[in-house]
Write a protein that binds this ligand. Structure first.
Ligand code: SF4
Ligand code: SF4
Ligand code: SF4
Length: 357
């Protein structure tokens, strides 16, 4: 059993992978802070797009998506604003079959949609999430107000439009015999049977090779024999699997989803206890009004978690994302604004599990 109690920050697909890890393994993830996510970008395609603006990755200080635009804050302090309609060409193909805007299996979901500038929308989903938000309010880490009916309506409308658009794409792919396993409704017994008959080759043909992989790294983390590695574009397996192992197929967020984790596509923002608009009283830097940073600060300061699993940017490769585990709030603050970038977020957990074993 791991001694680490980790707060993880992730996009909806990464949070689903974390939920599957909790479901199928002895996971050290204790709190899931999920981000709102419309779509995400390929690092490689982004480099190509920047060339059209006479920019290089190294020119960019910070990157943020808000209200239909990609904002690039340059090291010169200038801001370049690229409409999402242009940036769309660099969207990862797997995002076109994603039917979650708001990280429905998180403890708390966080995003800007529905709130005024400088405020963030929080969707509290679990008793643990409620306890955390109440504690952060009591200790004056955050302040909160209600969303108006129109703000709540806007959030639901945008979530609904993402679901409906991508359900159409799912239908097309299924028609072309490119399965979208995570949207197939199966009983837990039938999923257990599928898993017992599947291994990495099934993951490869049903997820990786058909543009469904979200590059989360859960398969790499779960592999007991360390056979999987992830390069910039996809997981690769080398070696001979143990006969009775199915771990990578089980934990992948794009294979079958157990009944209690499955999205109900008729509920645009999923199940929740409360929705609030909140503002940080501690930090001013970072995406989503610094709320992610502030909640991590609250969790670390109060020893509710031992570490945070976050995404930061490489110093030597402009803002190329990489995941790391830290208990240092200064590290968390430094990473603000990089969380929408795709990278194998579970990679650092491997070192922890090896440490414990
Ligand atoms: S699949 Fe794409 S759109 Fe969906 S949560 Fe992941 S990164 Fe965001
Ligand atoms: S050993 Fe198990 S987890 Fe690793 S690649 Fe093979 S089936 Fe997947
Ligand atoms: S194949 Fe691996 S990296 Fe890709 S989505 Fe599945 S678990 Fe994540």
């Amino acid at each position: 059993m791991s001694e680490h109690r980790i707060a993880m920050v992730g996009t909806p697909c990464e949070i689903m992978a974390a939920s599957k890890l909790q479901h199928y393994t002895d996971s050290p993830i204790y709190v899931k802070l999920g981000l709102f996510c419309m779509e995400n970008f390929s690092y490689k395609y982004f480099e190509n797009l920047l060339e059209e603006y006479d920019l290089k990755m190294d020119d960019i200080e910070k990157f943020q998506i808000d209200k239909g635009f990609v904002f690039l804050l340059l090291k010169t302090r200038e801001t370049v604003k690229i409409p999402l309609s242009i940036a769309k060409r660099i969207i990862r193909k797997n995002c076109n079959i994603c039917v979650e805007l708001t990280s429905e299996t998180s403890d708390i979901s966080i995003g800007s949609i529905g709130s005024d500038d400088g405020w963030s929308t929080l969707i509290i989903r679990t008793p643990k999430g409620e306890e955390i938000v109440n504690g952060a309010l009591e200790q004056r880490f955050i302040e909160a107000k209600e969303l108006s009916d129109s703000q709540f309506g806007l959030l639901n409308k945008i979530a609904e439009s993402k679901i409906n658009k991508n359900l159409e794409e799912i239908e097309k792919r299924e028609f072309l015999a490119r399965p979208v396993l995570y949207q197939r409704e199966k009983s837990d017994d039938s999923i257990a049977k599928e898993i017992s008959e599947s291994s990495f080759l099934d993951l490869k043909s049903n997820v990786i090779d058909i543009g469904a992989c979200v590059l989360c790294g859960a398969c790499e983390y779960a592999c007991p024999d360390n056979l999987i590695t992830i390069d910039d574009t996809k997981p690769i397996m080398k070696g001979q699997c143990s006969e009775d192992c199915h771990a990578c197929f089980a934990v992948c967020p794009r294979t079958f989803i157990p009944e209690d984790l499955r999205n109900d596509n008729s509920k645009a923002i999923g199940e929740f206890k409360k929705v609030l608009s909140v503002k940080s009283l501690k930090h001013s830097q970072g995406q989503d009004g610094s709320i992610v940073t502030t909640l991590l600060d609250y969790l670390l300061t109060n020893d509710i978690v031992s570490d945070a699993l976050i995404v930061d940017k490489e110093d030597y490769l402009a803002w190329k994302p990489y995941a790391k585990i830290t208990s240092d709030i200064d590290e968390v603050i430094k990473s603000g604004g990089t969380k929408y970038s795709v990278c194998p977020v579970f990679k650092p957990l491997k070192n922890i599990s090896e440490e414990v074993d």
